[in-house]
Write a protein of this length. Sequence first.
Length: 52
Amino acid sequence: MSLTSWLLIIFILLFIVSGIYMLYKSARKFNLTPEQLQKIKQRNKELEQEEE
């Protein structure tokens, strides 16, 4: 393969890896307050009761 082909392959691989890395770094966990957690648990209980 020519030098141009190798450079193109390396560039594409680095582009893909950098995109995945940016997604990994930008992903955050949800910091929920205790009130929000309680509302979620209450909603889940209500949904479970409706299913039964």
